[in-house]
Design a protein around this ligand. Structure first.
Ligand SMILES: Nc1ncnc2c1ncn2[C@@H]1O[C@H](C[S@+](CC[C@H]([NH3+])C(=O)[O-])CC(=O)[O-])[C@@H](O)[C@H]1O
Ligand SMILES: O=C(O)C(=O)Cc1ccccc1
Length: 246
């Protein structure tokens, strides 16, 4: 069932920190589509990226998989490269349980293993492609470099890391413009001022966003040979980092 997100529609006496619980699971596809500009465009591009980067006899990781939308998109692009396996990880029990039901509805040659685990503990080996589609922003900032470096170590030469994130623009005035455009996007998708402001309060402590330059500095530090941004809609961006082959 695809329910409408009304989680922040009533005034709350105090707004608790956002968590990916059962309530969020019930409305998640609606919430992410109405809140994240470019989300569907990014998903639509994943099969192409998978076709380009996934190598035979390797593993594809979808870290912070939620209901498995990116896993399904990646799998489309992997069918011709088999044997390949996908490992999809999320630390929300409610998400993984629902992802399992959802994935059962689709047939494929490519096996998917769902793991309820913290991505900070995921062992990455023999990877040709790793995707964090709006996940790194929920991991404490001080742990992000270690994670990116671990992902780099687990990637094969020529392998790719795809990271999509909400970002802060480098220029303060430009950032104000992008934040306003995002809020207009949410209003146009039916969210009220109350919903927008209560959601902002709920994610304030749990979702710490970076500038593109912070992401690029981490890719460089980890050892990636090539990296850049391949998509941006307002303050939401998708990046790619590729491991060298020499
Ligand atoms: N430390 C962690 N370990 C594992 N999972 C985590 C962690 N922190 C957060 N998560 C999980 O990361 C997901 C982020 S949503 C990803 C959308 C998906 N990629 C999609 O393509 O639809 C993005 C959003 O809601 O903005 C949630 O399911 C969390 O439980
Ligand atoms: O809703 C927002 O304002 C966001 O920034 C994106 C988002 C989407 C889904 C869960 C948490 C944050």
């Amino acid at each position: 069932m695809n329910h409408r997100d009304t989680i922040f529609s009533k005034p709350l006496p105090s707004v608790a920190d956002f968590s990916f619980d059962q309530h969020v699971v019930e409305v998640f596809p609606d919430m992410i589509n109405r809140s994240v500009p470019g989300y569907s465009s990014i998903l639509q591009t994943l099969p192409q990226l998978a076709t380009r980067y996934v190598q035979p006899d390797s593993t594809v990781y979808d870290l912070g998989c939620s209901l498995g939308a990116a896993t399904l998109a990646l799998r489309k692009g992997c069918e011709a490269t088999a044997p390949v396996q996908i490992v999809a990880v999320d630390n929300s029990e409610a998400m993984i349980e629902r992802a399992r039901l959802h994935l059962q509805g689709f047939k494929s040659q490519v096996p998917v293993t769902l793991r309820c685990e913290d991505i900070r503990e995921t062992d990455i080996t023999n990877a040709s492609m790793i995707v964090l589609n709006f996940t790194l922003q929920f991991v404490p900032r001080e742990e992000r470099q270690r994670i990116i470096s671990t992902l780099f170590s687990g990637l094969r030469p020529g392998g790719a890391l795809m990271i999509a994130e909400k970002i802060i623009a480098e220029d303060d005035t430009m950032n104000d413009v992008l934040v306003d455009l995002h809020h207009d996007f949410k209003r146009a998708n039916g969210y009220s001022e109350l919903e927008i402001s209560q959601k902002r309060a709920a994610i304030e402590n749990v979702m710490k966003i970076d500038k593109l330059s912070d992401h690029f500095a981490r890719f460089k530090e980890a050892g990636f040979a090539h990296y850049g941004c391949w998509f941006q809609c307002f303050n939401f961006a998708a990046m790619l980092a590729v491991k060298g082959t020499d």
